[in-house]
Each structure stands twice: as structure tokens, then as C-alpha cells.
Design a protein around this ligand. Structure first.
Ligand code: ATP
Ligand code: MG
Length: 415
């Protein structure tokens, strides 16, 4: 929009320049024609005698054309100056015929920065009688064009500002119903998830009770175990949906606690170590000597690290290794989860943080997940004003990196 406006202003300016020059050229031509028509001559013994007595400004009569003209010059057929009005010219005609824009060098004319000059031949019956040269100042035209330029220079940013403001206002109005329906959807998901939790826990408790009561009847064991598994899986899905629906946008400051990440992460790693070793996976934790502190909701941040570690241990073969690294960086706490697992194809990388996205059903089949883990991770990290990145090579492994602002409240530069 900005470039269209600038282009439009440029075209207007060019048209105006053209118009003004044409008007001045017409005026000069008309005046020169009137003067040329007043040139009298007679032929005596094949010699032309030119009489300039009646030519306005050059002759002896009144000067009705004087207005706006700086000088008028008459050169004879050989180009030598014969008579002039205004500043004295050079003796010999030294400019080409037609229109010219010139910058005067004569000190009497220097208060005019630019002149428009016309040089025309005056023809008689026997050939060229002489040349008329007439000049008018361009000062006024220049001033008018400068005013126009200034007006356009002011008008373009003002118009841009008005258009930008109107666009912002209108898009805000247009977005209102979308925002409202999105909020309703969020509220519905939160309410539905919340309401589903009680019946689900009732199903789970009853199924577990049934399992205990029917422990010696092999007919009831498999279906009851199925019910328990399904109820647990549904419970985790409902909990995840509730989490996603509840933690939209930034977290309220009163929910945040000052957390020292070094022992916090060490604790999570120790909880995971048993699970990793049972799968034959080596789990390591690297931390710096200095304490790294962030403002965070401990439960939510724990969920982030658990989800990333759980993925790292899930999408890996026996014998692989997983590293959790805490890296200091100016202004930011950087946490990396690095695994030597199956990796993620490049074409899937842009989508893995989408809700319910799983890379391919074949490899996710055993994992009994829903594809919500990374969506939750991203949402929680963003709610803490942080960022998450992933790098992955199929067959070699993946690195998930989260960056959280350090406890100082200052302008932060991303790593
Ligand atoms: P959920 O976390 O809900 O139990 P999930 O693990 O399938 O299910 P996400 O955690 O959101 O879902 O992960 C999305 C997809 O990204 C996974 O299905 C998996 O294919 C891929 N993925 C995530 N982490 C890794 C990893 N460390 N290595 C390889 N693939 C991964
Ligand atoms: Mg997961």
C-alpha cells in the first residue's frame, strides 16, 4: 500500500511538472510569434532591409509584452546580435534553435535560478531574416512545484497512517466474532474435559474393584483389564485437553515461582532413570556450576521436561542414550533434550507441535499416545514467554531445545 501511494504521488508530481512546462512553453511561443509578426522588411536591389521599429520591446513603441519576459534579442541572418531588451547578450548567437532550460551565468540574472528560453528563426520571402530569442523565468513554476512536493511528502505518510489505523481497527472488528467463538470452544473443551473426569474415575475405580473381586475367575480378568487400561488412557487424554484449554496465553505472575533449574531438573532425571534403565537406555544429566533461576510454574515446567524425556525414551531403540542439558546463555536458560533415537523426517518437523499430530501411525502405534505431548510442551513454554526449537535427523536422533527468560526483567536477546 505504501509503495502504491508513493508511486501515485510520483505520477501526480510528474504530470504537474509536464503541465507547467507546457503552459510556459505555449506562453513563450505566443509572445515570440507576436514579435515575429511585427518584424517589417523590404527588399531593395535583392538586399533585405529589416525594420524592428514595431517589434514590442525591441522597437520604439509601447511594451505590452514586457510582463514575465527577462530578455528579448534579435540576431540577424548571420547570427550577429542587432538589438536586445534586457541583459546584453554575446555578440554571436551560440545556442541551438528551439526550447532550452538554462541556468543564467550573468550576474544581473543570478537571482533567477532557472530560465526557459526559446530561439526561433523569422522567415521572409527571400529566406531567413533573423532570429528572435526570448526568455522567461522559471522561478514561480519552481516554487509552485516545490510546494506541491512538500504537500505530497506530508500527505503520503499521513494517508499511510490513516490507512494503517483503519486497517487495524477493521481487522479488530472482523476478528471479534472469531475470537469469541474460539473462546467458546476453549471453554467447551475445558468444561467437557472437567465433567468427563468424574465418570472416568468412577469407571476406573469400579473396574479395579471388579478385578480384585474376580481375581480367581479367569473369564472376567481380560475384559476388566481392558476397561482399566482404556479408562486410564481416556483419563490422560482428558487431563491433557483440560491442560491445553486452561493454559492459553501468558501465565498470571502470581502463579510463577522463582525456580533454580539445576536441582529441579536433577530431580526429574532421577525419577526417569529407573524407567530408562528398564528399557536399556542410558540417561545423563549435564548442568553448569552456576545456579540458573527462572520464574516458572513448577508443575507445568515439570510436565514439559517429562513430556520431552518421555518422547526421547519412547522413540529410541534399546542401547540408545538420552541427555538432558542445562546450558547458561546471557538472558536465557536453555534446556536441551538430546536423544539418539529414530529421528523425525524433515517434512513432519513443522507439524509435530500441532494437536493430535503423530508422525506416522506405524511407529506411533506402540506408543499409545494421542499426539498431544508436544502441543502441551509448546503451549506451556510460550505461556512462560519462552521458545522451543527442534533439530532432527532420521536414524540419528533429535534435539529439542527450550529457552526460558532468566529471572531478570530486562530486554532479552534470543540465543
Ligand atoms: P502423546 O505425547 O500425546 O502421548 P505422542 O508422543 O505421539 O503422543 P507428541 O509427543 O506430541 O505425541 O509427539 C508428536 C510426534 O512427534 C510423535 O508421534 C513422534 O512421532 C514425534 N516425536 C516426538 N518426539 C520425538 C523424538 N524425540 N524422536 C522421534 N520422534 C519424536
Ligand atoms: Mg509424546
Amino acid at each position: 500500500m505504501g509503495s502504491i501511494l508513493v508511486l501515485f504521488a510520483g505520477v501526480i508530481y510528474q504530470i504537474e511538472v509536464q503541465d507547467k512546462r507546457e503552459a510556459l512553453d505555449r506562453l513563450l511561443l505566443d509572445k515570440t510569434r507576436i514579435m515575429a509578426a511585427s518584424v517589417h522588411y523590404n527588399i531593395h536591389q535583392n538586399q533585405t532591409a529589416v525594420d524592428l521599429t514595431n517589434v514590442p520591446l525591441l522597437g520604439s513603441g509601447s511594451h505590452p509584452l514586457a510582463e514575465d519576459l527577462i530578455y528579448v534579442r534579435w540576431y540577424n541572418a548571420q547570427g550577429r546580435v542587432v538589438r536586445f531588451f534586457g541583459v546584453a547578450p554575446a555578440n554571436q548567437l551560440n545556442t541551438p534553435l528551439g526550447y532550452q532550460t538554462i541556468q543564467p551565468t550573468d550576474r544581473w540574472l543570478q537571482h533567477h535560478r532557472w530560465l526557459r528560453q526559446i530561439t526561433l528563426p523569422v522567415e521572409g520571402r527571400t529566406g531567413t531574416l533573423g532570429y528572435l530569442q526570448v526568455a522567461a523565468p522559471l522561478t514561480e513554476t519552481h516554487n509552485q512545484l516545490q510546494e506541491l512536493q512538500m504537500a505530497l511528502t506530508l500527505a503520503v505518510p499521513i494517508a499511510l497512517g490513516v490507512i494503517g489505523f483503519m486497517g487495524w481497527l477493521l481487522s479488530g472488528i472482523a476478528m471479534r466474532p472469531i475470537r469469541r467463538s474460539y473462546q467458546q470452544l476453549q471453554r467447551f473443551t475445558a468444561d467437557a474435559s472437567h465433567e468427563l473426569r468424574s465418570p472416568l474415575s468412577a469407571i476406573l475405580t469400579n473396574a479395579q474393584l471388579g478385578l480384585m473381586l474376580a481375581s480367581d475367575d479367569a473369564r472376567f480378568q481380560p475384559p476388566l483389564e481392558n476397561i482399566v487400561e482404556s479408562a486410564k488412557s481416556m483419563g490422560s487424554l482428558v487431563n491433557n485437553l483440560l491442560l491445553l484449554a486452561r493454559h492459553q496465553g501468558k501465565l498470571a505472575p502470581e502463579l510463577l515461582k522463582l525456580l533454580t533449574l539445576n536441582p529441579f531438573l536433577a530431580e526429574i532425571v532421577s525419577q526417569f532413570r529407573g524407567l530408562a534403565e528398564a528399557q536399556g537406555i542410558q540417561l545423563n544429566y549435564e548442568q553448569p556450576e552456576q545456579a540458573i533461576q527462572v520464574w516458572a510454574d513448577p508443575d507445568l515446567l515439570k510436565q514439559v521436561i517429562e513430556n520431552l524425556l518421555s518422547n526421547a525414551c519412547k522413540y529410541i531403540s534399546t542401547g540408545g542414550s538420552v541427555r538432558l542439558r542445562l546450558v547458561p546463555h546471557p538472558g536465557w536458560a536453555v534446556v536441551q533434550v538430546i536423544d539418539t533415537g529414530i529421528g523425525i523426517p524433515a517434512m513432519d518437523l513443522p507439524y509435530i507441535f500441532d494437536r493430535f499430530y503423530q508422525v506416522d501411525t506405524a511407529r506411533s502405534f506402540d506408543s499409545d499416545g494421542f499426539g498431544l505431548g508436544l502441543a502441551i510442551v509448546q503451549q506451556i513454554v510460550q505461556a512462560h514467554s519462552g521458545h522451543i526449537h527442534v533439530m532432527s535427523v532420521v536414524g540419528q536422533g533429535s534435539t529439542f531445545q527450550i529457552e526460558l527468560p532468566l529471572k531478570q526483567l530486562q530486554l532479552l536477546k534470543r540465543p
